[in-house]
Design a protein around this ligand. Structure first.
Ligand code: KET
Length: 443
């Protein structure tokens, strides 16, 4: 015998409507006064989604009450006191905006003109001829993720069947972005666990083997999650093979200024490709370098071989954006435009960025020193020092990463990545103990 709710379910929508009409009719005749509760949802077929591998870690961290808990999951900069940090220049730019009484009307679909100009200049260098020649199509996006998503939609629409090659491993959300945009992707070799370094030969041969005209997704600097970047000579060789195969480079630049502390040095990979006259795509984010995580400010740039092509590409990016989210938010765009557009604020920003990058470098060193002092086995931990950017790819496997969280209350992603931006000098010893225990006592 089925429970009564099952019959309701089997009747479907139409059956339920009839039932409601009959009950209403009977009620109107005064024959029936009961209320009918329907406990079957129209959303019955929707299953529970798993937590996000990165942002889900913060949710688990919040639920933990242990006093030594440490959130090294998401890549978000914290102070030495492990508090979120609002940059001084951001506060100053916001005060300027308040004084000016800026409007809150819709932006154009492509975003704030002053922001688009500033962001392209920051990427390529203000005196780059590409900008004067108007060969770059820049559209403000919903931070790095939204900008990557716009580019993915452009690829899906205008390069049907073209593949995107992504590094193995990569930032977890890349796969989601291309899956949702229905863009086929495959991986190229990048990380070599034996050397804990770059598998350069594997990378080159996989890019070579990809079908001509593929999009090659590259991390502009501070590769996430490995913290391993190609050398300038290796970038040249990567550009050679991409050019040879008529591929289109597609840069994800989420950490400009965070790898080295210098905006120019961290854009050198993109500029090297652009200087060869190559067409390329670049998604930018201001989440990390200006600490504007929640403002969702970034851009998609498409460098084209002519101004005419750039104008057409831009028009199509706008056409994609309009039904997705109509037009972007203004607040973060104004902050960036104000900071970059004002020489005093711009140099103050660079100082703050050096400070943030410097704090990360110093905890990286302290963590390394603490591990070396505690571990007498002679294991070479120097890869921790060689990696750059916000993260360290520890080499801990899934079970070891689970031990870090379950036993030590250190929250991190299950691929063994830790965000050093969430570590303080005071917690380096504790983290070193956790890593050594997990490495040697869990297999
Ligand atoms: N690209 C890369 C390589 C990246 O690491 C992130 C964010 C983004 C793009 C997008 O950031 P946005 O805030 O949309 O501009 N990475 C961190 C946060 C996240 O996963 O969303 C992280 O890896 O922890």
């Amino acid at each position: 015998m089925l429970p009564p709710s099952s019959y309701f379910y089997m009747m479907g929508n139409f059956g339920l409507q009839i039932l409601v009409i009959v009950i209403s009719f009977l009620q109107s005749l005064g024959r029936i006064t009961m209320a009918v509760a329907v406990d079957v949802s129209q959303f019955e077929s929707i299953t529970m989604a798993p937590p996000d591998p990165i942002l889900g870690v913060s949710e688990a961290f919040r639920a933990d009450t242990h006093e030594m808990k440490l959130n090294l999951g998401v890549g978000a900069y914290r102070t030495e006191e492990l508090q979120p940090y609002v940059l001084g220049v951001v506060k100053k730019a916001e005060n300027l905006m308040l004084e000016r009484g800026e409007f809150k009307e819709y932006l154009p679909i492509e975003g704030l003109a002053a922001f688009n100009k500033a962001t392209a200049e920051l990427l390529l260098g203000a005196d780059n001829p590409i900008i004067k020649q108007q060969r770059i199509a820049t559209v403000q996006g919903l931070s790095g993720t939204g900008s990557l998503r716009l580019a993915a939609a452009l690829i899906e629409r205008y390069f049907p069947g073209a593949k995107v090659l992504i590094s193995s491993p990569t930032w977890g959300n890349h796969k989601n972005i291309f899956n949702d945009a229905r863009v086929p992707w495959s991986e190229y070799r990048y990380y070599d666990p034996k050397t804990v370094g770059l598998d350069f030969d594997g990378m080159i041969s996989d890019i070579k083997a990809a079908p001509e005209g593929s999009f090659i997704l590259l991390h502009g600097c501070a590769h996430n999650p490995t913290g391993i970047d190609p050398t300038p000579e290796q970038w040249e060789a990567i550009a050679d093979v991409i050019q040879e195969k008529n591929h289109i480079p597609f840069f994800d630049v989420a950490y400009q200024g965070f790898a080295s502390g210098s905006l120019d040095a961290d854009a050198s990979s993109v500029r090297l490709f652009a200087a060869r006259g190559m067409e390329l795509l670049v998604a930018q984010s201001y989440s990390k370098n200006l600490g504007l995580y929640a403002e969702r400010i970034g851009a998609i740039n498409v460098v084209c071989s002519s101004a005419d092509a750039a104008a057409r590409v831009k028009s199509q990016l706008k056409r994609i954006a309009r039904p997705m989210y109509s037009n972007p938010p203004v607040h973060g765009a104004r902050i960036v435009a104000n900071v970059v557009g004002d020489p005093a604020l711009f140099s103050e920003w660079k100082e703050e960025m050096e400070l943030m990058a410097g704090r990360i470098k110093s905890v990286r060193q302290k963590l390394y020193d603490s591990i070396c002092a505690k571990d007498k086995s002679g294991k070479d931990w120097s890869y921790i020092l060689k990696q750059i950017g916000m993260f360290s790819f520890t080499g801990l496997n899934r079970a070891q990463s689970d031990n870090m969280t379950d036993k030590w209350h250190v929250y991190m992603t299950k691929d063994g990545r830790i965000s050093l931006a969430g570590l303080s000098a005071a917690k380096c010893e504790y983290l070193a103990d956790a890593i050594i225990d997990s490495f040697y006592n869990v297999s």
